[in-house]
Design a protein around this ligand. Structure first.
Ligand code: SAM
Ligand code: SF4
Ligand code: FES
Length: 353
């Protein structure tokens, strides 16, 4: 059985398009020895294709306003209990300066999918960050027109994160009433065509999600050849339709992280904050041990940090702004790895950076 698992791992690693049944088999492994084989395989691929460095990306959650209907997310438009905020241009610039002062070279600008987003104002923010600081800029502001994406690229944005959440169109439909799976794909295609380093990803443990559907996500990651892939466990938020659902399983999330590494080889893969927020212990070090090579310290200023409540008990919400990089340095060193303060551009050969 051990050798069968090894054979399947090799097959998934080398296939142009991995077989869904093979991936499903790996996702269903429950004997610890076999699961460890999957984890070790991913760790070897990580070491060979992206090395021992762990990249830090400073995230600024500049607005929690959202028009979205995503059934799992605390920022969804229907959550009337959430106090909404938006940072000013000057506040975003100060937060970006804090990212740079900490020695980091990527600023991630994330927000809800704002209804009245001023695309020109965001372009002005990007331009000023790029002209004042030597950093890469990643955007994560949801589904937008190609024109907006083009304007922000022109303004200097380097990367864009837009998770598919689930690659299963039917499940996507159930979890995003009134939203369109086709439009999400259109956005991902537009972003790649416009020259963004593009990131996608999924949630693990969604109501109605099966191992088969998760296997489809891995095939989706492989076919999409994304520069970045993010795998997070679902964590229930009280003010959502999924309030009573159990959180995504840690081991299944780690298996998905490992498989994302194995099929993508050199994508940048974060040990997600949601993995760190699942329970009492911060499990991000385990994600770093099964394929992840990125951490995302939080630079959202108080008091807004608490109001960016996509799920409860998010890690690092009560800490001092800027406390994370030092803490992460210890986390990484304890694993025998090192913090890499490079911009950490895509390692995919198509990227002209
Ligand atoms: N609005 C943008 C978007 O949806 O792409 C960016 C911000 S959104 C809060 C960022 C990510 O949060 C989503 O891609 C989703 O995977 C994650 N998220 C939302 N609700 C979550 C939950 N309950 N548990 C874990 N992750 C969640
Ligand atoms: Fe809005 Fe993004 Fe949350 Fe969906 S996941 S409700 S688009 S913030
Ligand atoms: Fe944020 Fe430890 S990683 S304080």
């Amino acid at each position: 059985m051990l050798s069968r698992t090894q054979t399947i791992l090799e097959r998934v690693f080398t296939a142009d398009v991995p077989d869904r049944a093979d991936i499903e088999h790996l996702l269903r492994l429950d004997d610890e020895r076999y699961v460890q084989l999957l984890f070790d395989f991913a760790d070897v691929v990580r070491r060979e294709y992206v090395g021992d460095g762990v990249l830090l990306r400073g995230i600024i959650e500049f607005s929690n306003s959202c028009r979205g209907t995503c059934a799992y997310c605390g920022l969804r438009a229907a959550n009337r209990r959430l106090k909404r905020y938006r940072l000013t241009h000057a506040e975003i610039l100060t937060a970006a300066e804090n990212v740079c002062r900490s020695g980091l070279k990527t600023v991630v600008l994330q927000s809800g999918e704002e209804d009245n987003l001023d695309a020109d104002a965001l372009a002005a923010v990007i331009e000023e960050i790029k002209s004042r600081f030597d950093v890469a800029v990643t955007l994560s502001v949801g589904e937008r027109d190609r024109r907006d994406y083009a304007m922000w690229k022109e303004a200097g944005a380097d990367r864009y994160l837009l998770k598919i959440e689930t690659s299963d169109p039917e499940l996507y439909g159930q979890l995003h009433p009134g939203m369109s799976f086709e439009n999400r794909i259109r956005c991902l295609v537009d972003l790649a065509e416009l020259g963004y380093q593009t990131g996608s990803g999924n949630l693990v443990g969604l109501r109605g999600q099966t191992a088969e559907s998760l296997a489809g996500d891995i095939v989706f990651f492989k076919k999409g050849d994304f520069d970045m892939i993010s795998v997070s466990p679902f964590i229930a938020h009280a003010e959502t339709p999924l309030a009573d659902e159990p959180a995504g399983d840690l081991v299944m999330t780690l298996k998905m992280t490992a498989l994302a590494r194995i099929v993508s080889r050199n994508a940048h893969i974060p040990a997600t904050t949601a993995i760190g927020s699942l329970g009492g212990r911060d499990e991000r070090p385990r994600a770093l041990g099964v394929g992840a090579n990125v951490l995302m310290p939080n630079f959202t200023p108080a008091p807004y940090r608490q109001q960016y409540e996509i799920y409860p008990n998010k890690r690092c919400v009560m800490e001092d702004p800027g406390a994370c990089p030092g803490c992460m340095g210890h986390m990484v060193a304890a694993l025998g790895r090192f913090v890499d303060l490079d911009k950490g551009h895509s390692l995919k050969s198509r990227s002209a950076v």
